[in-house]
Design a protein around this ligand. Structure first.
Ligand SMILES: CC(C)(C)OC(=O)NCc1c[nH]c2nc(N)[nH]c(=O)c12
Ligand SMILES: [Zn+2]
Length: 372
């Protein structure tokens, strides 16, 4: 009996408000997952990440298998204990990271052979080994082992790549240890082609997963093309299961994707930007490194309740960033993650209240203001 792990609480147009329940707790959707690639959300303590309102993190099979190794994480109590994050964790399956991070890799029907980008040692990832590693990590949401189809790809290239991923999805599902509270998501591929996206969705639904991701987007096609695909792709997926758009995105990408029926997101943007000096705010992005902030006594956003905005000036964070002080990365990362969670909470409340359209208009008006 697979009790439904997803409850659809409200809809406003195609936007959905829901809740995913897992072994380590529930996740309110639309949800943003901070990226905790190597067992840490960079520049943040887990208590700080929880304080931003995040209810689920993303971990990476690829990075953790290379260092410190899945066996060691399991021996130290699993990823939740290891990184002191008692809430839900979703782990990506590694296929995508292998293609973007490792050299000397060989793709076969069996899986992917590659050399570690850390020490050059040989490794093998397959649907079976990826699923087994995610089990060792005690992941609440396990992702299928797929190939992220490169962009651009011809229809034939996209079809071949997608069909390999669908064969790998069958093997991933067969290797998954079914137990209450533990979910596995299939990953839709198919490039920019509607008929391939539909074929992929049908293949995944035939196998049957607790949730479904849309992969192979945000890889260079641009927001307009991504939204064009999101105008049809989510509708190929079951209404009563979570839909996760992988690797997305900027605030405006997230708002647009929620309006097209997406429930879950992950992106390195807010954390990476926290280290490079970019701040996301209600009134658009600002880069704290810009000289105009050097003597500005105001916080990044006077209306923001995060620690950076309640106690520090732009001038100070500008200084920290220029001096490459670690606290600079901490404060700006905290602010960005806080802003992202505030955005998700605003989206959830607007869908519940039936005021999603107004929320989007306010959001877009705010982002367009340049008096930041
Ligand atoms: C370039 C960025 C990372 C922004 O987006 C994508 O690559 N988007 C696609 C993507 C991200 N993560 C994935 N994991 C898996 N298994 N498969 C995928 O297709 C993806
Ligand atoms: Zn703030």
């Amino acid at each position: 009996m697979t009790e439904s792990c997803f409850t659809l609480l409200a809809k406003d147009g195609k936007a959905r408000r829901g809740r995913v329940s897992t072994a380590h707790g529930h996740v309110n959707t639309p949800a943003f997952m901070p990226v905790g690639t190597a067992g840490t959300v960079k520049a943040m303590l887990p208590e700080s990440v929880a304080a931003t309102g995040a209810e689920i993190l993303l971990g990476n099979t690829y990075h953790l298998m290379l260092r410190p190794g899945a066996e060691r994480v399991a021996a130290l109590g699993g990823l939740h204990k290891f990184m002191n994050w008692p809430k839900p964790i979703l782990t990506d399956s590694g296929g995508f990271q292998v293609m973007s991070l490792s050299e000397l890799r060989k793709i076969t029907e069996q899986g992917v052979e590659f050399r570690s980008h850390l020490d050059g040692r040989k490794h093998m990832l397959s649907p079976e080994t990826s699923t087994q590693i995610q089990d060792q990590l005690d992941s609440d949401i396990t992702m299928c082992f797929d190939e992220c189809t490169p962009f651009p790809a011809t229809p034939d290239q996209a079809a071949q790549s997608m069909r390999l991923s669908m064969r790998w999805a069958v093997r991933s599902r067969d290797a998954f240890r079914r137990r209450p509270g533990y979910l596995q998501f299939g990953i839709m591929q198919g490039g920019i082609y509607e008929h391939l996206r539909q074929e992929s969705a049908r293949a995944l639904v035939d196998i049957g997963f607790e949730g479904y991701a849309i992969g192979g987007l945000a890889i260079g096609e641009g927001q307009i093309e991504m939204f064009r695909i999101l105008d049809f792709a989510p509708d190929f997926l079951p209404e009563d299961r979570p839909r996760y758009l992988m690797g997305v995105g900027r605030p405006a990408d997230i708002v647009g994707a929620v309006s097209r029926g997406i429930d879950m997101f992950d992106c390195v943007m807010p954390t990476r930007a926290g280290r490079t000096g970019a701040a996301f705010t209600r009134f658009g992005e600002l880069n704290i490194r810009n000289a105009r902030h050097a003597t500005d006594p105001r916080p990044i956003d006077p209306n923001c309740t995060c620690p950076a905005c309640t106690s520090y000036s732009r001038g100070y964070i500008h200084h920290l960033n220029k001096a490459k002080e670690i606290v600079g990365a901490m404060l700006l990362t905290w602010h960005n993650l806080h802003y992202y969670q505030e955005l998700m909470q605003g989206l959830r409340r607007a869908i519940e209240a039936g005021t999603f359209a107004e929320f989007v208009m306010d959001f877009e008006a705010g982002q367009a203001r340049s008096d930041l």
